[in-house]
Design a protein around this ligand. Structure first.
Ligand code: GDP
Length: 445
């Protein structure tokens, strides 16, 4: 899902690395790439235009935080806008004050309504509801049977007209199901309606009649994400016809581009409430715009990290440290201590590293990070005199013994730290282009 979009956005962000600050032409170039990436992902043109305009405004406005480097600035803005077009906050189901809550499903034939009824039924049952599925799709010969099979798999009761018993009036079935739910104390009724192959006036009228008969708390429009931009057109037709409160995206697992998912909330003005991504009952969940955006950006929890960095970092201090570090010798253990403490303010080291993208593969090592080891490093530096911290080269044998004693560590540990520090400092000054590390404030040359 979203593969090409992800690749192209990541490449755009990569190109910005190492830049000290964003010039107007950097912003233009990045926005041009992002625009192409969205269009290639089949996102609706008007949505793309709005998206780019909003990003441009934020990137050229005064909202940019000093604590972020150029890549982070762009990622932050793109993330915010992605969440926006995906519908903002997660939209929970509105349950009726007086049960049963009635949820009606509408959509084209084959969009995944019946499958969804089962998934939603199971999802509700797992969260301690007592749902009833209703077969009000009497158009397709096998639809009632299909819902019964799905209901059985989900372990959820199904209300269906008796075979041979004057099958034909879905409005009456839907109405009767509400009475049944009240009698048998089901607290949620999920009404599956007949789909249509295209947008067809007669079937649309039937959906309207069912809606008027059962007065649903939520009308969910189910749409196959694989049909791309057609999903948007169909959604508009349903919005004008039966109307709906929320969208369910089905078959997201088959939607490599993501155009429907990225366009539909903005175009219809209705939130995406659920997403289905497979044929099994468990392949289903509430739709979280923020999680989806960070998945598209493939940024792990970098965004959380960015937020914390903004709160914690003193950009001026970080900048000074970075300049010292890059210029070589002047960067001392005192600067190192300061930086380490700034990072530690954000939380335990293992958690911070765990939030960095691409760190998944080092999960075990990260889990093994011993916070006490970091405490020992701090203790060692604290036991040094200011002159020793500023210039670790003066640390001879007797100084090291004194420091080990003072910090409750061993000379070997002191040596280990000093050697590692010397190596790192050498490497850093060679690297010079600190932007590659993505540390806030460190991208400036
Ligand atoms: P309805 O006509 O709207 O009731 O659609 P169905 O529920 O019968 O679904 C149509 C087809 O899509 C079936 O073969 C389902 O197994 C399949 N399907 C439904 N949801 C998903 C999904 O999220 N992912 C995939 N891959 N297939 C799905």
């Amino acid at each position: 899902m979203f593969d090409t979009l992800q690749d192209r956005l990541t490449a755009t962000f990569r190109n910005l690395r190492g830049k000290g600050r964003l010039s107007e032409s950097d912003v233009n170039e990045a926005l041009r790439e992002i625009r192409l990436a969205l269009l290639e992902a089949d996102v609706n043109l008007s949505v793309v235009k709005e998206f780019i305009a909003a990003c441009r405004e934020k990137l050229t406005g005064a909202e940019i935080s000093q604590a972020l480097n150029p890549t982070q600035q762009i990622v932050k803005v793109v993330n915010e806008e992605l969440i926006g077009i995906l519908g903002g906050q997660t939209r929970e189901v509105r349950f009726a004050k007086n049960p049963p809550t009635v949820i009606m499903l509408a959509g084209l034939q084959g969009s995944g309504k019946t499958t969804l009824a089962g998934k939603l039924g199971k999802w509700l049952k797992d969260s301690k509801h007592h749902p009833l599925l209703v077969a009000a799709d009497l158009q397709r010969p096998n639809a009632v049977n299909q819902l019964q099979v799905v209901g059985q798999r989900a372990g959820v009761a199904v209300f269906a007209p008796e075979p041979g018993n004057g099958i034909g009036d879905p409005v009456a079935v839907a109405r009767a199901s509400i009475e049944e739910a009240k009698r048998k104390l089901y607290d949620v009724v999920i009404v599956d309606t007949a789909g249509r192959l295209g947008v067809d006036a007669e079937l649309m009228q039937q959906a309207i009649d069912i809606r008027n008969a059962v007065n649903p708390d939520e009308v969910l429009f189910v749409v196959d994400a694989m049909i791309g931009q057609d999903a948007v057109n169909t959604a508009q037709a349903f919005a004008q016809g039966v109307g709906f409160d929320g969208v369910v995206l089905s078959k997201l697992d088959g939607d490599a581009r993501g155009g429907a998912a990225l366009s539909i909330a903005r175009v219809t003005g209705k939130p995406v409430m659920f997403a289905s991504n497979g044929e099994n009952l468990k392949d289903f969940d509430l739709f979280h715009p923020d999680r989806m955006a960070s998945r598209i950006l493939d940024m792990g929890d970098l965004l959380t990290l960015i937020e914390q960095a903004e709160k914690t970092f003193d950009a001026g201090q970080a900048q000074k440290a970075a300049e010292k570090l890059i210029s070589g010798k002047q960067f001392g253990l005192d600067d190192f201590l300061q930086q380490m403490q700034a990072v530690r303010k954000m939380g335990p080291m293992s958690k911070i590293l765990g939030m960095m993208p691409g760190m998944g593969q080092y999960k075990d090592q990260i889990g093994n990070i011993d916070e006490k080891e970091i405490d020992r490093i701090e203790a060692i530096i604290y036991s040094m005199t200011p002159a020793e911290r500023a210039n670790p080269d003066i640390l001879n044998g007797s100084r090291r013994t004194r420091i080990a004693k003072g910090s409750g560590t061993t000379v070997a540990e002191v040596n280990g730290l000093v050697n590692r520090f010397a190596e790192t400092r050498k490497m850093m000054s060679q690297l010079g282009a600190m932007g590659a590390l993505g540390m806030p404030g460190m991208g400036r040359k």
